[in-house]
Design a protein around this ligand. Structure first.
Ligand SMILES: CC(C)(COP(=O)(O)OP(=O)(O)OC[C@H]1O[C@@H](n2cnc3c(N)ncnc32)[C@H](O)[C@@H]1OP(=O)(O)O)[C@@H](O)C(=O)NCCC(=O)NCCS
Length: 175
């Protein structure tokens, strides 16, 4: 592996935005997951980039959300430069993020994405439906327990984390 995964820095912002624009196009703003991020900052210390030969080649960010009254992380966006895909960078970025989220005390991560890919790092379909703020294919709603048993307890509406409320990392906060 010749790349390095490191925490995103403020000066990486424009390059990450360019990568996301190239990877997802303008359609990204219409997605349910985008609505959950709108007006909310990504979780501090859980944004990572892949750097190789001085170039920013991949990015992952996590957002705080509420599922019912449980605080959870929403994984994404995850993107790797088109000509660098298939080398393991996406998995590597996620593994780093998952490890740091676990260390920070988070209980659970959810995402909307392809199960065949995300199951490689342990994500699985949820046992029951969550309601997103917009149409979402239930087969693409996936979760990963960081504290065993949390996924099974998740239910209800997935909402934006309160913008003005501090997000604690114990997963037990209330709306
Ligand atoms: C999805 C993405 C981040 C994967 O990054 P990557 O660095 O290529 O991923 P990795 O190298 O870690 O893993 C590649 C493997 O996953 C597989 N894979 C990639 N995307 C997949 C998908 N959507 N469904 C199933 N398998 C997938 C590849 O076929 C490859 O399989 P192989 O190891 O058997 O060859 C990258 O393709 C990307 O940026 N896509 C555009 C943005 C996007 O769709 N992001 C995800 C939103 S849900």
């Amino acid at each position: 592996m010749s790349w390095q995964i490191r925490a995103e820095r403020s000066e990486d912002g424009p390059l990450v935005e360019r990568l996301l624009a190239e990877s997802f196009g303008p359609g990204r703003f219409a997605k349910s997951a985008f609505r959950l991020r709108e007006g909310v900052a990504p979780e501090e210390r859980l944004s990572f980039v892949a750097i190789e030969e001085g170039e920013l080649r991949g990015s992952v960010r996590f957002w705080p959300v509420l599922v019912g009254s449980t605080r959870a992380l929403l994984l994404g966006p995850l993107a790797v430069q088109q000509h660098q895909r298939g080398r393991g960078m996406g998995i590597d970025l996620m593994r780093r993020g998952i490890a740091e989220a676990t260390a920070a005390g988070w209980s659970v991560i959810i995402l909307v994405g392809d199960e065949p890919y995300y199951s490689r790092v342990g994500f699985r379909r949820l046992p029951h439906r969550l309601r997103f703020p917009g149409p979402v294919d239930p087969a693409r709603v996936l979760g990963l327990d960081l504290k065993e048993g949390t996924l099974a307890t998740l239910s209800g509406d997935v909402r934006r984390a309160q913008i003005d409320a501090p997000v604690c990392a114990d997963g037990a906060g209330t709306a």
